[in-house]
Design a protein around this ligand. Structure first.
Ligand SMILES: C[S@@+](CC[C@H](N)C(=O)[O-])C[C@H]1O[C@@H](n2cnc3c(N)ncnc32)[C@H](O)[C@@H]1O
Length: 354
């Protein structure tokens, strides 16, 4: 089955490049094609966006050049932000999830477009541009935000080349932590992807917390990011073929201990009165016996929207990370997780004294 262009009532006057973008987007949205089979289509998408880019970011020797250390974490360089597209299962999950969120909003609200606030658009506006080609501006209107002027200039140039300017209500070059309800229109959907595995280093937590406090009625995409603790037998994990699949998860040898920390609208609400630099995570007790073959790892699970989910190994964002602690973990230890905000944000684990 091919994805149906539900709201597509325009198209005759689209440029040839925009038509190409639209056909690739329908291929990406086709739920019958497993995400892991669509790398060539994502590369084609990148080609289309690169070709349409009139003002590409300057070529630099070091891909980290141009990054910004904000008070809430690292805003990666425009070059690195462009490279995120190639984390292709992630790209597809976000495009499909945002597409579903817009469709659902338009089923509920007729007579005006869904307003999408896209934070951290990067130089390609990778997660929004495909959607602009399949939704008309009367179905979806985007505000693009990025801290880096070269990224906004590049995204704007692509949108102009593809004749999609009607789909953008404004471009904002700013730190999203300064984006305020009093000076901006209420969005319906807030799309944010400024994260790494385990919510480390980049400012997703602080920015999502700020934006969802400003606009509590908006739909956040991703809906939930959970960091889960498991003791794993790494030999079993590593013997398994980690090519992403949409099939059943292969059998691994793990002791799952549950969610250490979660970012979603409910947890954001519980942090309302916290003024310090630390957010609470879970407290967990380790089992009475843990065989020496197991090692503690954190897994990031990203529910983009409804059933559009990134599970273990689907993306660089959901690869496991070894859990570090100043002291060695022992059976029956009680571990408390907390999330350190600030310019180097990260989830940390502390062993509570017995
Ligand atoms: C991981 S990249 C994602 C790029 C693109 N959205 C994608 O998914 O392929 C994160 C982007 O967020 C931007 N960014 C990070 N922190 C930001 C902040 N506090 N305010 C605005 N933009 C930010 C970075 O400049 C970068 O372009």
């Amino acid at each position: 089955m091919t994805a149906t262009p539900t709201f597509m009532t325009w198209g005759q006057d689209m440029t040839h490049k925009a038509q190409q973008l639209k056909s690739i987007t329908f291929e990406l949205l086709n739920a019958d094609t497993p995400r892991h089979r669509l790398r060539p289509e994502v590369l084609k998408l990148v080609d289309i966006l690169t070709d349409a880019q009139v003002t590409p970011p300057p070529a630099l020797d070091d891909i980290a050049d141009g990054e910004t250390r904000t008070v809430n974490g690292l805003a990666i360089s425009p070059k690195m932000a462009a490279m995120c597209a190639d984390d292709y299962v992630r790209t597809i999950a976000f495009v499909r999830g945002a597409h579903a969120a817009i469709k659902n909003f338009r089923k509920r609200v007729t007579g005006r477009p869904a307003r999408i606030l896209y934070i951290g658009c990067g130089p390609y506006a990778t997660l929004a541009l495909p959607l602009m080609s399949v939704f008309s501006s009367s179905d979806a209107l985007f505000t693009l935000v990025d801290i880096h002027p070269v990224s906004i200039a590049s995204a704007r140039s692509i949108i102009e080349t593809l004749d999609l300017t009607d789909s953008v209500s404004s471009y904002e070059t700013m730190d999203a932590a300064d984006y305020r309800a009093e000076t901006h229109m209420q969005p319906d959907i807030i799309l944010i992807e400024i994260l790494l595995a385990c919510l480390k280093a980049e400012p997703q937590v602080a920015v999502a917390r700020h934006i969802m406090t400003e606009f509590p009625d908006a739909q956040m995409v991703p809906e939930d990011i959970s960091v889960e603790l498991s003791w794993i037998d790494t030999r079993k994990e590593l013997h398994i073929n980690h090519e992403p699949t949409d099939g059943p998860t292969p059998k691994r040898d793990r002791i799952d201990l549950g969610t250490a920390f979660a970012l979603n609208v409910d947890t954001i609400k519980t942090w309302r009165d916290i003024t310090g630099d630390t957010l609470p995570g879970a407290t967990m007790q380790l089992p009475a016996t843990i065989d020496s073959r197991y090692e503690p790892h954190l897994f990031t699970r990203i529910q983009v929207y409804q059933d559009h989910v990134l599970q273990n190994y689907d993306s660089g964002l959901s690869y496991p990370q070894a859990l570090r602690s100043p002291a060695e973990f022992k059976s029956k230890d009680t571990i408390r997780f907390s999330y350190n905000l600030g310019s180097h944000p990260e989830l940390i684990a502390t062993i509570l004294p017995t």
